[in-house]
Each structure stands twice: as structure tokens, then as C-alpha cells.
Ligand binder design. Structure first.
Ligand SMILES: [Zn+2]
Length: 222
């Protein structure tokens, strides 16, 4: 456990956001969600938002490498290493924090999340009657899961407005996919964001596998 500093915080469950972000980054790296410096993780505590830096090997970040922002997105604390820069995902993460009062936001470059956006040209991903859909807040087994899909842009920051609009247009969603890119997922707590991301990744993988088998995840049993 690292030494607590002024800009530090302890979450209601006793975990420390700086440590949780580093631990999740290591775990997500093994899943292929944040390889090659891609992806990102951010956790909010009260008025502070803790965020991993840009363009670094996410599985190697240390607690002191994180940025701390306020709720408006202004930097209130920089990493000890002055060469580190704020994540290009920051404006996207902020939309989920501001519009959904999220406690944590994850961005994954999971192969499943990327490939599932190529199954159709629709602006949304749909699936129903899969057990793991129940792990996505507000959904039961019989419900239709709908996740909006944004078209990718050359620069990640250019996705921010479209992501904000997608969140507004889909009040029930806990995630937004980006075609040929990955997914943003949020939750009330880091635990909820993590399990929602895991369930969604499973459903995306299932939809891809079902397509391979000539089945359609958008359709329930006859
Ligand atoms: Zn990305």
C-alpha cells in the first residue's frame, strides 16, 4: 500500500482509488482490454476524479502516476512524473461522470467489443435472452440489451460530443461502443463498472460466436 498524500482519497468501501486503478489496469491487461497503451480507467471519489495518464503501458502504472481532476474536468493534481500527460479519454470519461453520476468509467480495447461493432451497420448493438445480460444494470433475461455504437474518429478526443449525445439518447445504457475501436462502460462504483464491463464483454463474445454458428443474438428462442 502506498503512502497517502494530500490529493488522496479512500472510497466508501475502504479501497483507495489510486490503488484500485493500478490493480484493475494489471487485471484488464491480462484480458487484452488495455494492451499497447490503449484503454483507460477512471474512478471518482466525492469531488475528485482519479485518472490514468495517456500513452503509457497501463499494466505498469503506479499510484503516483495518476491525474486528479475536479468534476468540471480541471486538473487539481498532476503525477509526480511531469512528462505524463492527461488521457485523451478524459472528455469522454467526464460525460459519464457528469451525465450519469458514475463512480467509475472504464475504456476497453477488447477484441470482442471491437469486433462486435462489425456484425452489422446498425447504430446500436442488440442482444436478448442471454443469462449474462442480467449483469447489466436495469436488465433481465427477457429484456433487449441495446448499446449505442459511435463511428470512430482519427483522434479519441473527437468522440466526446458523440458520446455525450449517445448517453442522452439512451438513458438506460451503461455503455457506448465505438466501431472498430472498443467500448466505454460505467457504473455507480468501480465494482459495478467492472462487473458490467465483464458481462458486456461476455455478451459481445457470445454474439460473435453465435454469428459464426449462423445464430443471431438479437433474436430470442422461438
Ligand atoms: Zn480507445
Amino acid at each position: 500500500m502506498h503512502e497517502l498524500r494530500d490529493g488522496d482519497a479512500i472510497l466508501r468501501d475502504g479501497t483507495r482509488p489510486r490503488e484500485v486503478i493500478c490493480e484493475l489496469a494489471r487485471r484488464f491487461y491480462t484480458l487484452g482490454w488495455v494492451s499497447g497503451t490503449g484503454g483507460g480507467i477512471s474512478i471518482a471519489e466525492g469531488e475528485r476524479i482519479f485518472m490514468a495518464p495517456s500513452g503509457v503501458q497501463k499494466e505498469l502504472i503506479a499510484p503516483e502516476d495518476l491525474f486528479v481532476l475536479d468534476r468540471s474536468g480541471a486538473i487539481v493534481e498532476r503525477p509526480r512524473d511531469a512528462t505524463l500527460t492527461l488521457s485523451a479519454c478524459a472528455p469522454l470519461f467526464l460525460h459519464a461522470f457528469q451525465k450519469r453520476s458514475a463512480g467509475a468509467v472504464l475504456h476497453s480495447h477488447s477484441l470482442h467489443a471491437m469486433a462486435v461493432t462489425l456484425l452489422s451497420d446498425e447504430p446500436v448493438f442488440r442482444a436478448t435472452h442471454l443469462e449474462m445480460i442480467k449483469g447489466v444494470p436495469g436488465h433481465g433475461y427477457h429484456d433487449e440489451l441495446v448499446v449505442p455504437i459511435l463511428e470512430n474518429t482519427a483522434h479519441e478526443c473527437d468522440l466526446a460530443d458523440a458520446l455525450g449525445a449517445a448517453i442522452d439518447a439512451h438513458p438506460k445504457t451503461s455503455a457506448v461502443l465505438v466501431r472498430r475501436h472498443g467500448v466505454y462502460v460505467w457504473g455507480d462504483t468501480w465494482q459495478k463498472a467492472k462487473t458490467t464491463a465483464e458481462c458486456l464483454d461476455y455478451v459481445f463474445a457470445a454474439a460473435i460466436e453465435m454469428k459464426r454458428l449462423g445464430l443471431d443474438a438479437r433474436k430470442g428462442p422461438r
